[in-house]
Design a protein around this ligand. Structure first.
Ligand code: HEC
Length: 244
């Protein structure tokens, strides 16, 4: 702030101060009234609508998909996209805390007198960036599938083979997710990178029948899947053979 801006500010401030009303009781009374309105709204809503408690807890469920409340979707998605286990601390605590600290210290390093958004390009750009990033993360977090669902696009070669092939591919993708293959295999960025080999391009390495042989008679620690229903077994074999 230069000398001229400072004087201008002090002049404006003294005018406002002589014209304005004191904080107590005027502003306090207004705030108190608004606080009462908000409280009455909350009490009325809770009496009329009640709290949604969801279904009863079932400790034996294996299909429950844990999800945070919507306003935490961006944090949830941040944790989901940052995959390496060593970076989990960064995603859960590091980045949000850093953001909070920066926000908290903002008034100390941004000391310019300007208040119009168009005259504060850095602040405005930062706000727009953060708002867009949070909106996108919230959207992605809200629309992700189950934790084990495979995020793999339909290859065009399969699409060209017709609807039966597409259905088989999709059944296979679902069966792979349901049978925990991702616990041991990385498939196009889904799942863990070991102890099993990456399967992203398994179709160009092994023909379908060889994949089937591995599924039925694997080497430990991979479990055998020969007792799966035949349609699922075939679908998994087909699905993997199309990953090229
Ligand atoms: C407990 C961990 C584990 C699970 C679960 C698992 N695998 Fe494996 N898989 C392995 C390991 C380890 C190997 C390497 C074994 C070997 O080379 O003989 C392997 C090898 C394979 C191979 C051969 C890869 C190659 O390059 O030769 C295929 C295909 C395969 N797995 C598919 C699957 C599918 C499909 C599922 C789920 C239905 C699955 N695996 C579940 C651990 C696992």
């Amino acid at each position: 702030m230069n000398q001229r801006q400072k004087e201008e500010y002090l002049r404006e401030y003294s005018i406002l101060k002589s014209e304005g009303k004191p904080f107590f009781p005027y502003a306090v009374a207004k705030d108190a009234a608004m606080a009462c309105v908000v409280m009455i709204c909350i009490i009325t809503l809770s009496l009329v609508l009640g709290v949604e408690q969801g279904s009863k807890v079932n400790p034996t469920t294996t299909t429950y998909v844990p999800r945070p409340d919507w306003y935490f979707f961006f944090l949830f998605e941040l944790l989901r996209v940052i995959k390496p286990p060593s970076l989990v601390g960064l995603a859960t605590v590091g980045i949000p805390t850093l953001g909070m600290i920066l926000l908290f210290t903002l008034p100390f390093f941004d000391r310019g007198p300007e208040r119009r958004p168009e005259r504060r390009p850095i602040a405005t750009a930062t706000f727009v960036f953060v708002a867009i990033a949070m909106a996108l993360l919230t959207y992605d977090g809200a629309t992700v599938g189950t934790p084990t669902a495979l995020n793999i696009n339909l290859p065009t070669s399969v699409a060209q083979q017709g609807t039966a092939a597409v259905a088989k591919f999709e059944l296979g993708r679902e069966a792979v997710a349901q049978n925990g293959c991702e616990d041991c295999h990385d498939i196009a960025g889904n799942g863990n990178s070991g102890p099993g080999p990456e399967l992203t391009y398994i179709g160009s390495r092994l023909p379908a029948n060889a994949i089937g042989r591995t599924l039925a008679n694997p080497t430990a620690p991979m479990p055998s899947f020969k007792n799966l229903p035949a349609n699922k077994f075939d679908a998994i074999e087909y699905f993997l053979s199309q990953l090229k």
